[in-house]
Design a protein around this ligand. Sequence first.
Ligand code: SF4
Length: 166
Amino acid sequence: MSKLILVSACLVGFNCKYNGGNNRSELIVEAFRRGFVVPVCPEQLGGLPTPRSPAKIKGGDGKDVLSGKGKVLTVDGSFKDVTENFLRGAYETLKAAELLGDRLVACILKEKSPSCGVKKIYEFDTDNLKEGMGVTAALLSEKGFKIISSEDTEIIKKILIRSLNE
Ligand code: SF4
């Protein structure tokens, strides 16, 4: 059976982003066309609507949210606590990754997102970036899955070429 890659659904062009848009990547779309991409949007899986209020992690990064030290709040002025939705979405995404089993070679996740960010997320109080992972990226990483930033295009190309040849 061919190998599969789990990806942030917005990279395939699905309009699941908080503002109703997407982060389409032609590389990922081509992989999707060839049938070895499984698109997942943790925030939608967590029960949030689209469009939805943007949110950020307060008190660390995704690892801290998993441990109960950090939380996720909307940053539209209402500061609604959406931690539960972000956790639910992360665990639903983990379920998908586990179901794919040995066929899953990697998870390619959208950089800078409070769910999917692999290396960078936004600071809570500013528009600056800081080192850290989103909630779903932290959970997948903690469970031993290979996670790759959407910005690591050379690594992504190598994985896609390898998957095509398997
Ligand atoms: Fe959904 Fe992740 Fe894309 Fe955000 S970055 S829209 S949570 S798939």
